[in-house]
Design a protein around this ligand. Structure first.
Ligand code: EPZ
Length: 422
């Protein structure tokens, strides 16, 4: 397993480019199952989650060629609509093959994704929605077994906004007979992007990106050629890294319009964030950071995927910051590791109080989930004493394309150590 070694204390400067959005690419890869033609995805990042999804599509019988930033999904000869535990357990988002397989083949057997480090991650809303479209769903020995000769349009009201739940239902409804209305949908930009792709395929989707989405299903759908939007969470991560390390950074291809909650909190903390051409410019000189409170929320609120990164910034601020995590039940795994680096953080259930101002010192730390890993790298950038080694960076490689290279491009002293046991 690789690790990343960081010598901190250096301000960042220069320019980096943001890659395509992982959480847009994953549902769009699943959407290729809705048609048997050859689809082409562009601006796809080189990430483990892309490889995992491609392996699943191959297992399902599709011909997939991954050459980032291009992914080509060719016709399959005999698609078998079964997604095994061995593949689904690697990545929860694999559950998004359920909707397309059921809609296209009238049946699907997909392993229940199970929980992960950040929570139990149930899929009850996915299943409730598919039943509303006429599917019979049963759970058998850890698998979801779904059947329906032809899904038919219906109204589905989600109990809570779920990103992949909304996306699963959009894809199922795209081949259902008649009109489907999804209510209380997730409003993330990646949901809106999936709506664009389904429209290219011949469905008629309106309202994607809002909390009510209408889908007129088609009898069959066409393959597509689509360039994925850029990754707002990758962009937000580098904005926070620049704010934490200090300096003056240009982030190319960053979707600032999808990061307003994060930009607002950075500005409140005393960081300069603005547009410069098609870049976002983040600047922080030696001025002290102010402690600010954040509460995570569904888009357009403060993203849960930015909580761990922002917590590191608050370790440097003057005063105490209250951070409330409302989306997942266990998304403070980065706290013990940050504490080992000298951070003063008290956790009480879903709330963390970050007592800023204590200097962070380098340490060997363990990554646990994707965004916690990113927060440990940022902590290494700001540790003024000693070196930091982040172990098990395969977590990081799930969602960040060449992070150590992009940081080095900004002047950070970061290097990947291959094959480090730990
Ligand atoms: C998506 O996960 C993202 N993943 C996550 O990003 C992100 O953290 C999350 O949305 C929230 O924004 C992808 O898009 C591939 P949810 P998802 O369903 O869809 C509960 C990353 O770091 N829930 O929106 O799995 C659930 O437990 C990853 O890139 C149900 O109760 O999240 C959670 O508390 C991590 N029943 C809340 O809803 C359901 O059927 C939101 O989860 C579904 C969800």
């Amino acid at each position: 397993m690789d690790s990343i070694r960081i010598r901190g204390g250096k301000p960042l400067s220069g320019k980096i480019r943001i890659s395509g959005a992982k959480n847009a690419a994953l549902p769009i890869l699943c959407a290729t199952l809705l048609s048997d033609g050859e689809s082409l995805l562009r601006n796809v990042p080189a990430l483990r989650d892309i490889d995992t999804t491609s392996a699943l599509l191959r297992f399902l019988g599709r011909d997939v060629e991954v050459a980032p930033p291009l992914v080509r999904v060719g016709a399959g000869d005999n698609v078998r609509p079964e997604a095994p535990y061995e593949l689904v357990k690697q990545m929860r988002a694999s559950v998004m093959v359920l909707g397309p397989l059921l809609a296209r083949f009238g049946r699907a057997k997909v392993s229940l994704p199970g929980g992960c480090q950040i929570g139990t991650r149930p899929v009850d809303q996915h299943l409730k929605g598919l039943e509303a479209l006429g599917a019979t769903i049963r759970l058998s020995r850890g698998y979801i077994v779904a059947e329906c000769k032809r899904l038919r349009g219906a109204e589905v009201v989600f109990d809570l906004p779920t990103v992949t739940g909304t996306e699963n239902l959009m894809m199922a409804a795209a081949l259902a007979k008649g009109r489907t209305t999804l209510v209380n949908c997730a409003r993330e930009p990646e949901v809106e992007e999936l709506g664009r792709v389904l429209n290219k395929m011949g469905a008629r989707v309106s309202g994607a990106g809002t909390d009510v989405i209408h889908i007129e299903g088609a009898d069959e759908l066409e393959p597509f050629d689509h360039a994925i939007i850029s990754d707002r969470i990758e962009a937000g991560t580098y904005m926070v890294a620049a704010a934490a390390a200090g300096g003056d950074v240009l982030i190319e291809n960053a979707p600032l319009e999808d990061l307003e909650a994060v930009a607002a909190k950075l500005r409140q903390a005393g960081v300069e964030v603005g547009r410069e051409g098609d870049c976002v410019r983040v600047r922080r000189d030696g001025r002290p950071l102010r402690a600010v409170d954040i509460t995570t929320a569904p888009h357009p609120g403060f993203p849960t995927d930015m909580q761990a990164q922002f917590m590191v910034l608050m370790c440097l601020a003057q005063g105490t910051s209250r951070i409330v995590e409302t989306i997942f039940e266990n998304r403070f795994m980065h706290v013990p590791e940050l504490s080992r680096m000298g951070a003063h953080i008290d956790v009480d259930g879903h709330t963390a109080h970050v007592h800023g101002g204590a200097p962070l010192s380098g340490a060997t730390v363990m990554a646990t989930d994707l965004r916690a890993s990113a927060s440990l790298v940022i902590a290494g950038l700001v540790a003024t004493e000693g070196e930091t080694e982040v172990l098990r960076v395969y977590h990081l490689d799930r969602g960040y394309e060449f992070m150590e290279r992009k940081l080095a491009q900004l002047g950070a002293d970061t290097v990947r150590v291959e094959g480090r046991a730990g």
